[in-house]
Design a binder for this molecule. Sequence first.
Ligand code: ATP
Length: 422
Amino acid sequence: MIIHIGIDDTDSPNGMCTTYLGALLYRELSGVAEPLGLPRLIRLNPNIPYKTRGNGAVAMSFEADEEAVLAIKDTVLFYVNQLADFEHENTNPGVVFLEGEIPDELRDFSLRALREHVTIGEAEEAARRAGAEYFKFKLGRGIIGSLAAIAYPLRAFTYELLAYREPENWGKPRRVNLRSVFRADEWAYPFSYDNVDRHKGTVLITPHGKDPVLAGIRGIDRAKVLQVFEMVEFEEPVAFYQLYKTNQSTDDHLTAKRIGELKPYDSAVVRGRVAGEYWEVGRHVFFELEDGTGRIRVAAFEPTKKFRNYVRKLLPGDEIVAAGGVKEHEGILTLNLEKFYPVKLVPKVEYRKPKCPKCGGTMKSKGDYLKCKRCGFRMPKKLIPVEVPRELKKKIYEVPPDARKHLSRPLVLPGGEDKLLQ
Ligand code: ATP
């Protein structure tokens, strides 16, 4: 019989990682049952507040003898009991088992968990209707992600290879030969991507927290991902590694909406007109976008770095397609920009001083008149409107890799533009 297993919410900023637990389990259970494909790392709604990092849940499926099923379930629950970080108040593990076919209704639940906010009660109800068995630890919020991960329709997918550290190194700085990562990336890009940020000269495969992950290598070609892993020189022992199939970099979270429909937790693509000049608070850049149905504040936050420069180049009246997550920021509904595409740009007009009509010299502003710097000729201040080229191109702009949502598809991959241009 087929058994599907979902696990979520076992980690905290103080340590652990659900993928680590999942990888250990996948190795262990593969000894007693036949794995049906790779384990799956499913990213769910990136805008919900409970997430530790990227709102990831893990699922895996096995063909198992009926007599083995009980032992499989016991093993899963034992691992979660042993390894989840129960100390942290925001860690509320949940485990789900489902035997047999996945009902269509559960697929819908899964997409809701990707695109909306779901309650624990709704997950329990969906599990009961699907005949799934669930186990809640503490609040058990993890059953939302576990159930959604089991049923996720992984039509578009990418891979991530996760390499893990020996426990004695957890919490210590990660040791990887940085040049080897650049070399490997040069060779495999873009089939394996997000290994480095060439612009900043930084390595992206190593996280920074206390979790057991040594490195994550992403790609659309599993052979290339494995080869990058071979090429990277790790300067500390790799305890073990696991290749995951994942919905990362698929843009699955984005849905086309009108501005008036937007609500918290949405990840949407909207088309609208820039309603006014941008403004800045701290290092965050904001502007307003409107269509016939409403108006929303759009933000390019500080971590999006140079992406903000492109946002600053937008002018009132420009028509753009904008993709991003909707959240309340300081009590105001805000679209947190991931990508944008300028559809129509208004002409940009600059007002310039004329040359001196007498000697051709440069004029200087003096209150409400102009004075020639060379011959001293004075005339009333009348500036000349000049249309200047817009500094934005007809192309999609995206945030840099380290500010990108796990689900957001990098433009370098095929289909990275689809959700915005459709
Ligand atoms: P990591 O990326 O390291 O795995 P995380 O960011 O995934 O950490 P979790 O610890 O998994 O964070 O916490 C996310 C919690 O939110 C889980 O309990 C999950 O069940 C729940 N959750 C997931 N999707 C939704 C949703 N759409 N609505 C409400 N809760 C959700």
